[in-house]
Design a protein. Structure first.
Length: 124
């Protein structure tokens, strides 16, 4: 399940742009929960009944697509971290950040995904 999202300032090629210099931060279309699918849970993690929370930051292009991601806090399980990044890169779309003049600009979006292993059914 995706947990709370935090909007943070954008970046420009010439350097860091502080949130105060933005008219509007990058906003996810449909919200981070729409990027989630139970089918994303790595089969090995299900077998081993491991979970965790992966925090990361996305760089959002002026057209609203994701150009990069950075894991900021690992879940402790590489396969969960990779699945989080894959889902965000494949599914995340944004209304881009806008500068003070209202022009689309590069922005960032940070959030985390909590992985809770599905309950396994035991056969008798």
């Amino acid at each position: 399940m995706w947990k709370a999202a935090l909007l943070i300032g954008g970046l420009l090629a010439s350097g860091v742009v502080h949130a105060k210099s933005l008219r509007r931060a990058s906003e996810p279309i449909g919200g981070p929960r729409s990027w989630e699918s139970q089918n994303d849970y790595p089969s090995r993690a299900i077998r081993e009944q491991v979970g965790g929370t992966t925090s990361f930051r996305l760089t959002v292009r002026p057209d609203g697509s994701v150009s990069n991601r950075e894991i900021t806090v690992s879940s402790g399980h590489e396969n969960l971290d990779q699945a989080t990044c894959w889902a965000a890169l494949q599914r995340a779309r944004f209304a881009p950040a806008r500068d003070k003049a209202g022009r689309p600009t590069i922005g960032t979006f940070a959030y985390y995904r909590q992985w809770i292993p599905p309950v396994r059914r035991y056969e008798h």
